[in-house]
Structures are given as C-alpha cells and as structure tokens.
Design a binder for this molecule. Structure first.
Ligand code: ZN
Ligand code: ZN
Length: 104
C-alpha cells in the first residue's frame, strides 16, 4: 500500500543524507590543515627546526631534551637557551640583530 511507498522513500532519503555527510567528511579530511603555529625546538648544532615532541634532532641526531640552560641577564631566571624570550620576565634572551631604534 501507500505505507510501503512512504517507507521506501524515507529510506532513500536517509541514504542520500548519509551520502552527503560522508562526502562532507571526506572533503574535510582532504582539506589541508590550517596553518598551526607550532612551537619548535631549534637544534643548536645544525639549526634544524624540530617539533617540541622531539627528543633528538631529526636532522643530525643532537639531543634536544633537556635543552641546555642559560640565565636571563635581566631577571636571573634559568631558562632553556633555545628560547628567544625569558619565560619569567619576557625580555629577549638573544641579541636581536635588528635596526636598533634608540629612543631617548
Ligand atoms: Zn640538528
Ligand atoms: Zn628574565
């Protein structure tokens, strides 16, 4: 009867919906990941940028962890020497070679 027809149409509709969601998932999976700014550990030996999870440099095998420590010249905090800025006071640990603008 008509009931049967309705059921068929209903299931067909579900199939179509599923197909659509599948396609959407597929396109999302294929879509390249957005630019994620990941913290990297720069190898002190070769300068290769390694993901923070790395314990050894993927380029030369240099041990990355624990990183060598250095002391902040401003606040005296002990910080990893591969950091660019002191985690305690935020002052730059490395001499940034940029055009120094002297403000007087
Ligand atoms: Zn290296
Ligand atoms: Zn500091």
């Amino acid at each position: 009867m008509s009931k049967h027809n309705v059921g068929e149409a209903f299931s067909a509709g579900i199939g179509l919906a599923l197909g659509l969601t599948m396609a959407q998932c597929m396109s999302q999976a294929i879509k390249p990941p957005e630019r994620i700014i990941k913290q990297v550990i720069v190898c002190l030996r070769c300068g290769n940028k390694n993901p923070v999870e790395n314990k050894f440099c993927g380029q030369c095998g240099q041990s990355l962890y624990p990183p060598p420590l250095t002391q902040c010249s401003k606040c005296g905090a002990t910080v990893p020497s591969n950091m660019n800025f002191c985690g305690n006071c935020g002052s730059p640990l490395k001499e940034v070679k940029k055009t120094r603008k002297k403000r007087s």
